[in-house]
Design a protein around this ligand. Structure first.
Ligand SMILES: C[S@@+](CC[C@H](N)C(=O)[O-])C[C@H]1O[C@@H](n2cnc3c(N)ncnc32)[C@H](O)[C@@H]1O
Length: 253
């Protein structure tokens, strides 16, 4: 199901909510008669996503100002961290394209490793929520400016973007497939993405994206997979395993 409505959470957010409703061609919450679907919630400074069915929990906002993020901005990632090893970060800063940016958690983690990151996301709604999180972080904490200045958020289909880019060391992919009928409940933000973007990309589309990524990267392609998930397209050069996920690394010869 796609986006169904926009909800202003404060009277001052009303005009911004109307603007977004017009852009995305959906009604305001008060005019939406359905009982399910994903809504965008707008307050004075924040833009988030929530379920129309409030029984499914509070809205989700991209928040890079949590204690965990702040500490990561200061201390970076441990030397042996699997994400660092998967990207192949050593002394020289890498230029990374995150071709499936989503809410930017992986893209910002790559920034914390000193990478220059282009975060590409095809959903205009997701891009808006991500950019709002970045803007609020920059507003709240000047010390993160030097980190975020290496980030560009691009609204585009990576299938097109990757054919136009002239230099990337690493292309990172975190494909999202439709949720299996019988699976453990995923995190709230992932449930929102799955509902908002359904139907998700097909395996065939992701295979095409993988090949474009492989063409565009000068050093490697990294694919995030569920720990026990099948490799995308072909066996990787090597993998780094975490508790629930795995990074498959395709090193270019
Ligand atoms: C699993 S989410 C990524 C989560 C992300 N790694 C994070 O850390 O927040 C997958 C995202 O990829 C995006 N996506 C899928 N195919 C894409 C494409 N061809 N171009 C750009 N974005 C794409 C989807 O819209 C979705 O937001």
């Amino acid at each position: 199901m796609a986006l169904v409505c926009i909800e202003p959470l404060t009277p001052t957010a009303e005009s911004h909510a109307r603007e977004l409703a017009q852009i995305w061609n959906v009604p305001l919450r008060r005019d939406y008669t359905g009982t399910s679907g994903v809504k965008v919630v707008v307050s004075e400074l924040m833009i988030g996503l929530g379920f129309v069915d409030t029984g499914k929990g509070k809205p989700y906002y991209v928040d890079f100002m949590t204690a965990a993020w702040k500490s990561r901005f200061v201390t970076g990632l441990p030397k042996r961290h699997i994400f660092r090893r998967a990207l192949g970060v050593h002394d020289k800063p890498l230029r990374v394209i995150d071709a499936t940016a989503g809410f930017g958690q992986d893209a910002i983690t790559a920034l914390c490793l000193g990478c220059e990151v282009i975060a590409v996301e095809k959903s205009d709604v997701v891009v808006t929520v991500l950019r709002n999180g970045v803007v609020r972080a920059l507003r709240e904490d000047e010390s993160v400016h030097s980190i975020f200045e290496k980030l560009s958020v691009v609204e585009a289909d990576a299938g097109v973007f990757l054919t136009q880019v002239d230099h990337a060391d690493v292309v990172y992919l975190d494909p999202m497939f439709d949720k299996p009928k019988r699976s453990a409940k995923s995190a709230k933000e992932m449930q929102l993405l799955q509902d908002l973007l359904a139907p998700a990309a097909t395996l065939a589309e992701m295979e095409v994206l993988f090949h474009l990524a492989y063409e565009a990267a000068s050093q490697r392609v990294v694919v995030k997979r569920p720990l026990k998930g099948k490799a995308l397209v072909k066996a990787p050069t090597h993998s780094y395993k975490g508790q629930s996920i795995r990074y498959d690394v395709y090193v270019k010869s």
